[in-house]
Design a protein around this ligand. Sequence first.
Ligand SMILES: C[S@@+](CC[C@H](N)C(=O)[O-])C[C@H]1O[C@@H](n2cnc3c(N)ncnc32)[C@H](O)[C@@H]1O
Ligand SMILES: [Zn+2]
Length: 982
Amino acid sequence: MTTYPKRLIEVDLPIKRISAHARREKSIRHGHISTLHIWWARRPLAACRAVICAALWPDPAQEDCPLRFREDAEAIMARFWNPIGRSDLDFSDPMALRRALLDFIADFSNWDNSTDQRYLETARALTHSAHVALGGAPGTRPLVVDPFAGGGSIPLEALRVGADAFASDLNPVAVLLNKVVLEYIPKYGQKLADEVRKWGEWIKIEAEKELGQFYPKDPDGATPIAYLWARTVTCEGPGCGAEVPLMRSLWLAKKSNRSIALRMILDQEKKRVDFEIIQDFKAQDVGEGTVRRGSATCPVCGYTTPVASVRKQLKARRGGAADARLFCVVTTKPGQQGRFYRLPTERDLEAVRNAAEELERRKATHTGELSLVPDEPYPDETGAGALSSSVLYGPKIWGDIFTPRQALALTTMVRLVKEAGTRMAADNNPDIAVPVQTCLALIFDRVADLANSFCGWTLDTQCTKHLFARQAIPFVWNFAEGIPIGDSAGSWCVVVERFENIIDSIPNDLMIGLNQQANATSIPLPDDAAQAIITDPPYYDAIAYGDLSDFFYIWLRRLMGNVYPSLFITTLVDKTNEIVQLSKRFKGPYSHKTNEYFEEGMTRALAEGRRVLHPSGLGVVVFAHKSTAGWEAMLQAMINAGWTFTGSWPIDTEMGTRMNAMGTASLASSIHLVCRPRENPDGSVREDDVGNWSDVLNELPQRIHAWLPGLAAEGVVGADAIFSCLGPALEIYSRYSRVEKASGEVVALKEYLEEVWAAVSREALGMIFEGGDGSGLEEDARLTAMWLWTLSAGADNSGNNRSSNEGEGETDEDKSPKSTLKGFVLEYDAARKIAQGLGARMENLTTLVEVKGDKARLLPVSERTSYLFGQGSPAAKKERKKKKEEQTTLSGGVASAAETGGPAGELSLPPPGSTVLDRLHQAMLLFSNGRSDALKRFIQEDIGQDQGLWSLAQSLSALYPAGSEERRWVEGVLTRKKSLGI
Ligand SMILES: C[S@@+](CC[C@H](N)C(=O)[O-])C[C@H]1O[C@@H](n2cnc3c(N)ncnc32)[C@H](O)[C@@H]1O
Ligand SMILES: [Zn+2]
């Protein structure tokens, strides 16, 4: 079997420091490429940069590392570190050289160093040396391919570190983004920035001329910066018929020093709701909004129009954006700090009417292939899975999600962007006309993201919220309309200014990256062309890229359709070949996008990646998913596609929102699966090395034992750590073309993964109960400990799964009821696998775990009260029976008169539970109920000497989420025991 020199990423990676830089990068809004345009689930550049370097550079400490690279790296590292005082390192020692390279990678992943010439030159020198040392022709660069390029983070970083990049994506919006990032910016740099600024300014002036009248200033000189609207329904209460403004809340601003809200004023006779603006009030004086979970309560008569009727009414009015009710105008005043809130005046309403009339006029005279206002169909209910609740309330066409004034402003800007392109082409600048127009189109998209009826109002920053704060399009009842002209946040000119910062953040000496629209299953590159495939494919069912991107596509088609005709052929984004699992969320159009579809599509894409990759090359596939099904499909695809795993690194990017609006567990880390083609030197897949199942099973626990504690030391715990074990575990399995049992039966991946989960659970339990493996514990205790540990990765560690960042104005219905479940929720299949690995059976533990659908819930201790204390509980029954038989009373087991005579609902001292965990929970419940005496006796007489119980208590006190009741209670019990001198 041919082997190739190991790359750094196959040996080590400073994940803790890289993760820290990746997280910090998320907060950078100034000049970051992600501010160019929305793309969902962008990878942080820090992680991409580090991973690419470590994937391209060999490990100098391997025996077969090419000498040339070792020598070059030694010189380059000495040149880099010595001047800044790291003369302590002896770079001639291969291990020290490895450390120096890894240190460099960690530092270079810092955003602040990403344009530093010293770092750039060093990285590029290493990349070049590695390439040549590994067989590349001098003067050439290694080619990094990303066939799922999205917003282009990976190829951009490949260019930065001195590689060539090829980026493709199926989605036309992504392709356009990559064109700008990888081609136009490197090619035109500052000139592009200058032209975009110039033409951006021209558009601003022209737009203001045309649109200014529709956003009139106040007579006192105040300038509106936002208009606040509420959709409405007619109250269906008997004899009422009032117009109900649909409002989630009546708050307008909520800052430490200043709070502003609305008060509703009701005219019972006219059946009318009016508003007044209030300040200096107590928070509890602010009334409730009118909508809850989609139904609308009439402030006039109190009747609640049910959600079905609300939907019906809004549907009849295509979502109700066009005839929403203006209830407040937010302004700024010259020379005065802050925002001012006033009720709308007749002037405001007139401007709105005029805008609508103007739009109608323009529609009537509009010519051209495409409608003025996008008339492409908006998804119906069957699209709810992809877009979230906005599809339930009736927009029929995409244009319906804009108010007439928003549509007027946006269509004006479309025309101006196109006109700018035409003027530039006619000027003496024809070659830059297309790049500049493309950038202006992306700027337009940012404005549109902030100028639609699904933009909420943020109470703390007092700004219009953009639509794609999440990877969904949730319905918004009361929305904010910003002013696209002018200088306030969200206006055209603010986005233009940002563009220049982005160009500044990209080194001005980048090579031009190749980019193209392509299905990842047929990459337009010859065999063996790439030195690395580094890619971040869709995470199973997490994001419906095609559906979300339609929001931009409909506008880009109008803006750029004639410039890039091949990208904009279809009415909406063609989702046919998108590799996602959507059948679970969709009953309709995507019912064929099943688990099998995903696995099969990924297999083809990854096989194609392997074809394009040189046999000596390396792959890195980024993946994250909270479900075992998602992982199994992905891993199976990688194995089927002929890859073998050689490493795996979790990088924590705190991407809670990446997991979309499904309201279920999310992970903090993405796992970078490092892999190699399982190929013969001629590129054919190796078919003939058969692994022995018992050998594989033997090796597995050792591998996990060597891996998991290291992760914990790097701060990776819980579900993140569990999923991070899949890589090393698969190194063993995927080494072979197939693994066979003694009987000759081939072991399916699924079966192997069950073993992996078991091994990981056992190893983790050993870590939880330092030293011991918890095997002395009963199954309920083992399961509880492991369950809590698994959940401990969630950043908020609240025990509940991290919920998506819901904000004011969004629909209640988006709040998945799951996210409000109490207790500790895991995906059922994950829980089952964990349980099985620990030799516990969830079926036997129904008083501890509740299974519903695909979720399993470890009950909060409070919900175990009736089981642990109730007279009808099995434990109590058993105890009573036992007691009768023995004709004795358990010491202290009978409640004293005083205790039974307590107020209803108080706990009497229980018969001790049947397991150690039960007894501990009983003690916790006594503590929580303030049963001080009873707890004392319970400790003194029943559990005090039970060493096992106290060490379990100790472990659980670290595992119950900080801030949880359980944590408080178990700590209380421990303190009590101490105070009793036991
Ligand atoms: C996780 S995203 C990539 C994000 C990217 N790494 C970034 O940082 O912006 C996955 C991408 O795969 C693309 N995609 C889905 N199916 C595809 C296919 N069959 N061929 C090519 N790209 C596809 C989606 O359009 C999406 O942009
Ligand atoms: Zn009413």
